[in-house]
Design a protein around this ligand. Structure first.
Ligand code: HEM
Length: 485
């Protein structure tokens, strides 16, 4: 098996920093004409970056750069063009006289309310291009504030990007104790396991580990379903096609080292969630299907839209010991081929169809491993506490700071978004898109398979809206150093 240079990989690849529930994403740009100062700052920052091997840190600092940022650092044309086209183009390329609506926005379904025309940042109307982002994590709120302040003070040749009102563009991310996102579902359960990672090797986690995920030994079945080759997530290693993507050079010689090695692409999307509208839709649907909208009927409908209960248990029929953690070692083909338990169009079934899309179940599972992402997103904004019937904060905006890591944005994140979540014919359906998605189509229905007939529930509008986003590169530590020379 390939040996992965974990000490050169930023820790975000291995860990969602569950033990550091407070986070801030700080967006910045280089100050024109101050390249040397910026390079000195980057050199010092490289020493502070949290590596995959730094377990149990009390805080974490990771760094991601945009193509515009790399250009500013004056990397050669040949190096710049070794990065993928979609990264170079960015998530929201500006319209031109020939292309009124850029292809990439169409692929992502960033239309209507979610068009980059209306984004708060990263879209078509902002004056500043973003050059990079610091991802900052801490155990408590005050520790996070100190970390943000310290990092802003350390900046040289670089400054935080400002919002329209002049405030720095910082988006928060927060893991709550119950690990639920704003619609009320436990999140961050299903992740691919990287072959060659400590989790794949069943290594025990340290006492103060920042990663709640690993520690348990994987069963044979979990390995079959969840293990994915490192090259799907880290550049320079073999992927599920048994090739190294873009033929990243493996030389360790610093002069000829490929700056993509040990890095990965990071997709950031600020996805605003309209929680009251989602709750209303769930209640109305419960009324329609079950004739009443009590808590248990609402719970049932909500779980059918996602494919897991709010506590995270999958709907496919597998044993669920009481009090057990939600399981992730399930497939669909033999367990629930026709979607009678977990609707075919449910969010998790679209986002990872596991063994259902292909000529047979085994091939389908192999193919699905070519389209996985590591999710590192977290909720942002104040929580709408419906449990106590409180309405405080109803007007506040909230959502997910969605982060996906992958070695091939087009083949992984964009493929999932375009061909599965936004696809009205996903898995043989006739209409509708992802119930949690931002994209809507002419006949916007959620199909819930049932006997004697299916339910077709009209969705009034998407409950999620894209407010900003960008494609970034999360470089290896040596690559950050190489960029400073
Ligand atoms: C506001 C928007 C979103 C919300 C509220 C949301 C929520 C959830 C929840 C509750 C789960 C189940 C928990 C888990 O398996 O970890 C989940 C799983 C997942 N989501 Fe999302 N999600 C959103 C957007 C997206 C987007 C845009 C993508 C990809 C383009 C995505 C990809 C996935 C994937 C890959 C899984 C795991 C599926 C599996 O392996 O079974 N999600 N999401």
């Amino acid at each position: 098996m390939e040996k992965i240079e974990w000490d050169d990989v930023q820790r975000l690849v291995l860990s969602g920093y569950a033990g550091l529930p407070f986070s801030a994403y700080l967006f910045w740009h280089f100050v024109p004409g101050e390249v040397d100062a910026a390079k000195r700052w980057l050199g010092l920052l490289a020493d502070r970056l949290t590596r995959a091997t730094d377990r149990g840190s009390k805080q974490a600092v990771n760094l991601a750069l945009t193509a515009h940022g790399l250009e500013h650092l004056r990397v050669s044309d040949s190096v710049l063009h070794s990065f993928s086209l979609e990264f170079l183009e960015g998530m929201a390329p500006k319209p031109t006289a020939e292309t009124k609506f850029p292809r990439r926005s169409n692929i992502l379904g960033d239309l209507g309310d979610s068009s980059p025309e209306f984004w708060e940042w990263g879209g078509w109307t902002q004056r500043r291009d973003i050059d990079g982002m610091l991802l900052l994590y801490a155990a408590g709120e005050s520790e996070l504030l100190s970390l943000v302040e310290a990092e802003i003070n350390a900046m040289a040749g670089t400054e935080p990007t400002a919002r329209q009102n002049g405030d720095p563009l910082i988006i928060d991310g927060r893991i709550y104790d119950d690990r639920k996102e704003h619609f009320g579902f436990k999140d961050g359960i299903s992740q691919p396991v990287i072959e060659g990672s400590p989790k794949a090797n069943g290594r025990k986690r340290g006492r103060n580990s920042d990663d709640a995920d690993h520690g348990k030994k994987l069963t044979q079945e979990e390995k079959r379903i969840l293990l994915v080759k490192a090259g799907e997530f880290i550049l320079g290693y073999k992927n599920e096609r048994r090739a190294s993507i873009s033929d990243v050079s493996v030389t360790k010689d610093s002069a000829t080292r490929d700056i993509r090695r040990n890095g990965t692409y990071l997709v950031f999307r600020q996805l605003e969630q309209d929680v009251p509208a989602f709750n209303e839709f769930v209640a109305k649907t419960a009324e329609r299907i079950y004739g009443l909208a009590d808590e248990s009927a609402r719970e049932k409908v909500a779980s059918l839209l996602v494919g897991r209960t709010r506590e995270g248990h999958p709907l496919v029929p597998i044993e669920r010991p009481p009090e057990a953690d939600p399981r992730n070692d399930f497939l669909y083909y033999f367990e629930d081929r026709f979607g009678m338990a977990c609707p075919i169009g449910a969010h998790i079934r679209r986002a990872n169809p596991r063994d259902t899309i292909g000529p047979d179940a085994d091939t389908a599972l192999r193919l699905s491993k070519m389209h996985r992402i590591i999710r590192r997103g977290r909720p942002y904004g104040e929580r709408l506490d419906t449990a106590e019937g409180r309405t405080a904060g109803k007007q506040a905006t909230r959502g997910i700071s969605f982060i996906a890591l992958n070695a091939d944005i087009a083949g992984q994140f964009e493929m999932i978004q375009h061909s599965w979540l936004n696809n009205t014919h996903f898995g043989g359906l006739y209409a509708g898109t992802d119930p949690l998605g931002h994209f809507s189509c002419a006949r916007d229905v959620a199909t819930i398979q049932d006997r004697p007939t299916n339910h077709y529930i009209d969705r009034p509008r998407p409950f999620v809206r894209v407010r900003g986003g960008g494609y970034f590169f999360l470089p290896g530590i040596e690559a950050v150093r190489a960029l400073t020379t």
